[in-house]
Design a protein around this ligand. Structure first.
Ligand code: ATP
Length: 209
């Protein structure tokens, strides 16, 4: 058996975390013999215009949802949020990768992505560097189409190292934000523990964004 540590990175806005995210974490830890799965809510996501929920709420909801899985290999990190809060830095995965390389020297890094994120990889900062240094793990739900690279240089980044197949689960943070804003129920979409965080904060949502 190799002594090389296997570290997974599952990032996202988690604005808010939902059962689709929880399932990804669960499946990943089941399918890949990771030593640690780092779940990292983005501070300032490059593809998005500010979050709906505060950093504090996104972090607390993510922590609550992950604690439900009761697996001490799963660690929620506020590193990207701190970077954004202290330096105003956008959360680029390549920077988080370098942080993990320093924190876990010599470790094998795995980047966990849902299909929608995977399909945008070529628009990220330094995707070739990411693909050269991390194993790309695609969680593909039945029916989700993969982007077919046209440029030769994109072929590596659009070739996942590991594919985890999953059943469709029609849930997104966008739909949850819509429902919450409309006063509709989000039961069965958001873990109960994360909803409790919201309730405790009296729905401390930022409605200006
Ligand atoms: P939004 O609706 O705000 O764009 P989202 O629901 O897509 O948010 P993110 O936080 O942007 O959630 O996604 C984090 C990661 O989870 C991404 O890799 C994304 O592909 C994946 N993901 C999100 N929802 C699902 C889902 N229902 N099934 C599979 N993967 C998902």
């Amino acid at each position: 058996m190799s002594n090389v540590q296997k570290i997974g990175l599952f990032g996202g806005s988690f604005d808010p975390i939902h059962l689709g995210h929880v399932e990804i974490a669960q499946m990943t830890i089941k399918e890949i013999p990771l030593d640690i799965l780092v779940v990292m809510p983005a501070g300032k996501a490059p593809h998005k215009n500010g979050a709906f929920f505060s950093d504090e709420l996104r972090l607390k909801m993510t922590q609550a949802a992950m604690a439900d899985l009761n697996d001490d290999r799963i660690v929620v990190s506020d590193w990207e949020m701190k970077q954004a809060q202290v330096n105003g830095k956008t959360s680029f995965t390549v920077d988080t990768m370098r942080y993990l390389q320093k924190k876990y020297p010599g470790a094998e890094l795995y980047l966990i992505l849902g299909t929608d994120m995977f399909n945008t990889l070529s628009t990220w900062k330094d995707p070739e560097i990411i693909a050269a240094n991390m194993k790309l793990v695609l969680v593909n739900r039945r029916g989700e189409k993969l982007y077919k690279p046209r440029r030769k240089k994109d072929i590596r980044i659009y070739t996942p190292d590991i594919v985890i197949s999953a059943e469709p689960l029609a849930v997104s943070s966008t739909e949850i934000r819509r429902r919450l804003s409309a006063g509709e129920s989000v039961d069965g979409l958001v873990p109960e523990s994360a909803l409790q965080v919201l309730k405790n904060a009296s729905f401390d949502v930022n409605l200006t964004k």
